[in-house]
Design a protein around this ligand. Sequence first.
Ligand code: HEC
Length: 464
Amino acid sequence: MKKLFFIFFFINILAYSQNPNYSEDIAPIIYGKCLQCHHDGGIAPLSFESYVNTVSNAGLIQHVTSSGEMPPWPPDTTFQRYAYENILSSNEIDLITNWIFNGSPLGDTNLLPQMPSFSNDNNLGSPDLEIQIPTYYSNATSSSDDYVCFSLPSNLTTDRQVRAIEVVPGNPQIVHHVLVSVDELGISNPISTNCMAPVGNQVYTYAPGSVPLEFPLSSIDNFGIEIPANSSIGLGLHYPEGSFGQIDSTKVRFYFYPQNTNVREIYTEYLINEGLPPDPPFFVLPNQITQISATYGPLINDISLMSIYPHMHLLGKDMQCFAVTPTSDTINLIRINKWDFEWQGAYLFKKFLKIPAGSMIYANGSYDNTVSISNPNPVLVQSGLNTNDEMFIFIFQFTDYQVGDENIMIDNSVLTNTINNSQYTNNKLVKTIDFIGRKTNTIYNTPILELYDDGSVKKKIIID
Ligand code: HEC
């Protein structure tokens, strides 16, 4: 007995001295990349706010991080990279594995990073227009999801330019995604059931973990979208199976530019949109994999692409989209190797991506209509708007290109914050992390967060 105890003790000493520990190595990863969903009251079922909870789920954590399931980030990062990306580096995955393999040591708790807070505070100021759905009881059953769209009057009497959009889920545990549209005509039904997307131009999508959309800022230009007077705001919500009877009251907030601000408009266009009228439908045959492809172009003008939103329904398997310029250069836009309707979103490029006039846009993908748990009796499926129809869509958000656009950072929330908060004084810098929580040294042209000993956080960007 004595001997065994000794050996155990000895191994632990080794682990402490040579291997990753929670306080210094693991907590920064969990706090920065997991807690936004895995906190008490968050969207995910498990909370990893404490060491104890993290250790008691260590095996699962090791499994889902090494398999790439968590954090959820559907785009293929070898194809294109985006703003606000939440992914683990292979080094971080190794740290987690080594830490668990070595007995999950706690380390010196004085070295723990600052616990992030999950209030709805942001640095956008107060909203100029807030629109809330009427109290809604989810109709999802134990085996089917609820998709519902609302169309709510904006009550705007003049056209307004929007600098930021935010969705505040009423019940974060059941709001799986929210599609926000601006419906210029404003004549849709106040509520439509079995609805996958609200009428109008889709301007923002929320999924668990999403940050508000803040249009890019540069010293010269303001970017944004316009909400015309008298338009309606569309909200398309998805409540997952099992949420029957739970209450939601999600709202969307718009932040305006001052009236008469000169704004470079960000357009929202469904450049790839197969199988919807006036085009003929496409069909997804039962018991087989169906390939699909589509093109758009050539582009008439140079564009500065801000984001891309890929979309299929429940049989979608994979999809990709790229541009080919007149000089035969390929510009990768997005590739999703394992489409999951539950984790869809719009992806913002790190900077505006210039796509020159004359470029062609190519897209392809596939549908899996073979027998599976979620599809026990495959039937013929056709393209359309209903839940049980399929879609093949890429929505592009872009503006007309101007020289220098390709240097404008899209991930700019941090830049704005620095302008507003420059009051930090006698506190000591504890450490610097980047926007998704990685420890970092001073880096240029990329937003960083400085954590101070009094708990304050300074967000800044150093322009080189
Ligand atoms: C964007 C939100 C989000 C982020 C970020 C996130 N998760 Fe999750 N996670 C979920 C949700 C939601 C589930 C529930 C299962 C599902 O719906 O896929 C889950 C499930 C899990 C599970 C349970 C899996 C199972 O089979 O029961 C583990 C373990 C996990 N996550 C670990 C992590 C770790 C570790 C990180 C950070 C490296 C992380 N997650 C980041 C949303 C998130």
